[in-house]
Design a protein around this ligand. Structure first.
Ligand code: AMP
Ligand code: MG
Length: 358
C-alpha cells in the first residue's frame, strides 16, 4: 500500500484529520522535525507507530495538542512551574513531562506514571490538531535510530508504504527536536536539550537540573546501544527512556573533533587524508565558514557557525546526505554548547555513538 502525499489545503488537512481520528498514521510537519502522528487515546493506533518506526516499546511518546484545555484529559496535578512554562513557551519546542491521567494508554507512556506533552508552533501542525480534535502522539517520523526528518521526502525515504499519509508542509524550521523538561521533580530536570534553551528556561523558572546521563558523553565512552558489553556498567539509568538508544545516526562511522576551531580544521584534514589513503570513502561535516578549507570525498555544510540556529536546521539533512553519497567515515566539527549549541552537540554525540577526538 502506498503512502498518500497530502498538501496543506483545507481539503488535505480535513482528510489528514479524518485519517487520524480513524486510527491511521499520518506524518506532519512541526517547527522542530516531522512527526509521525496517531490518535493518542487509541492504543491500537499508537501501536502502529511502534511497528512503522521499529521503535522499542519502552520508549514513550510525546502527545501533541492544539489547545491548553486538552491538557486536562492527559495530565493531572500540574505543578505551578508548569503553568509558567506553558504561558511562556507554548506553542513552541518545549515538551513537559507531567503526572499522567489514567486514561492515557500505557502504549503512549511506556507504562510510566508521567506523560510528555507539547503544543507545536507550526501553522500546519496546529491546524491539523485543531481539525482532528484529538490529542496526537507523535515521535519523529523516521525509522528508529535514523536522523529525524526535516522534509517530507525524508519521511518517505524511511516510511513510504508503512504509513497512511504524509502532509507536506515544506522544510521544518528549528531542525532538532523539542526540549524535554521533567517538571515532576524539583528543580525541573532537562531530559533532552532542544529548541528552547536552558538559558531561556532559567530566565522564566530559575534553577534547573540536567539529567546525569546527558553528561555521560565525553572521552571515548561508547553509547550503551553500540557497546552491549558495557551494559551494567552504566551507573545512572536515563530518566528519559529514549535517551538510552543510539539515535540520529548516519550509516557511516562518525567521529567528532573537539578543540579550538582552527585546530579542528587542521586535525580533520589530517584524519581525512589518512582515512582516504586507506581507501575509505570519507566525509567532513562543517559549516559555510570552512567548507572550502577541506579536501575529502564529501564536504557538507550544515549552515553558518556564526548563526548556530542554521546549523541546527541543516544538521539532519546533512547526515542523510552522507548516506546518499555512500560515505563510510565522517569527521565532524564541534560547536560551542551555549544556546541551541547544547542541542546540536547532544545530537552530534549520539549520532557519533560518543566517538570523540580531541
Ligand atoms: P521522539 O518522540 O523520538 O522525539 O522522542 C521522545 C522523547 O521524549 C524520548 O527521548 C522519550 O524518552 C521522551 N519522553 C517521552 N515521554 C516521556 C516521559 N513520560 N518521561 C520521560 N521522558 C519521556
Ligand atoms: Mg525521534
Amino acid at each position: 500500500m502506498g503512502t498518500a502525499r497530502l498538501g496543506t489545503t483545507r481539503q488535505d488537512i480535513e482528510r489528514a484529520a479524518e485519517l487520524l481520528r480513524q486510527g491511521e498514521l499520518v506524518a506532519f510537519p512541526t517547527e522542530t522535525v516531522y512527526g509521525l502522528g496517531a490518535h493518542a487515546m487509541d492504543a491500537a493506533a499508537v501501536d502502529k507507530i511502534f511497528q512503522a518506526k521499529g521503535r522499542p516499546a519502552d520508549n514513550p511518546l510525546i502527545v501533541h495538542i492544539a489547545h491548553r484545555v486538552q491538557l486536562a484529559d492527559l495530565a493531572d496535578n500540574l505543578p505551578p512551574v508548569a503553568e509558567k512554562l506553558i504561558e511562556s513557551f507554548w506553542p513552541g519546542p518545549l515538551t513537559l513531562v507531567l503526572p499522567r491521567q489514567p486514561g492515557v494508554p500505557d502504549r503512549v507512556t511506556a507504562g510510566l506514571s508521567t506523560v510528555a506533552v507539547r503544543m507545536p508552533n507550526h501553522p500546519v501542525a496546529l491546524s491539523l490538531l485543531q481539525t482532528a480534535g484529538v490529542p496526537v502522539a507523535a515521535p519523529s517520523a523516521n525509522r528508529s535510530g535514523r536522523p529525524s526528518p526535516t522534509a517530507a521526502v525524508h519521511v518517505l525515504e524511511d516510511l513510504d508504504g508503512k504509513i497512511t499519509a504524509v502532509v507536506d508542509g515544506g522544510t521544518t524550521g528549528v531542525g532538532v527536536e523539542s526540549t524535554v523538561l521533567d517538571v515532576t521533580v524539583d528543580p525541573p530536570m532537562i531530559l533532552r536539550p532542544g529548541g528552547v534553551t536552558k538559558e531561556m528556561l532559567r530566565q522564566v523558572i530559575g534553577p534547573l537540573q540536567e539529567d546525569l546521563s546527558l553528561k555521560r558523553n565525553s572521552g571515548e565512552e561508547m553509547d550503551p546501544a553500540l557497546a552491549p558489553a558495557a551494559n551494567g556498567r552504566i551507573a545512572t539509568a536515563p530518566r528519559s527512556p529514549g535517551m538510552k538508544y543510539t539515535h540520529y545516526a548516519p550509516r557511516g562511522e562518525m567521529w567528532i573533533v573537539e578543540g579550538p576551531v582552527d585546530k579542528q580544521v587542521e586535525l580533520i584534514q589530517t584524519l581525512v587524508d589518512k582515512s582516504t589513503a586507506e581507501g575509505t570513502r570519507t566525509g567532513v561535516l562543517t559549516t559555510d565558514e570552512h567548507q572550502a578549507a577541506y579536501r575529502a570525498d564529501a564536504v557538507l555544510s550544515c549552515g553558518k557557525r556564526e548563526a548556530l540556529e542554521t546549523v541546527a536546521a541543516g544538521l539532519y539533512g546533512v547526515l542523510r546526505r552522507f548516506d546518499e553519497l555512500g560515505v563510510e567515515r565522517i569527521y565532524a566539527e564541534s560547536f560551542p554548547e551555549a544556546g541551541i549549541g547544547a542541542a546540536i552537540m547532544n545530537r552530534l554525540r549520539k549520532a557519533a555513538g560518543y566517538r570523540v577526538i580531541r
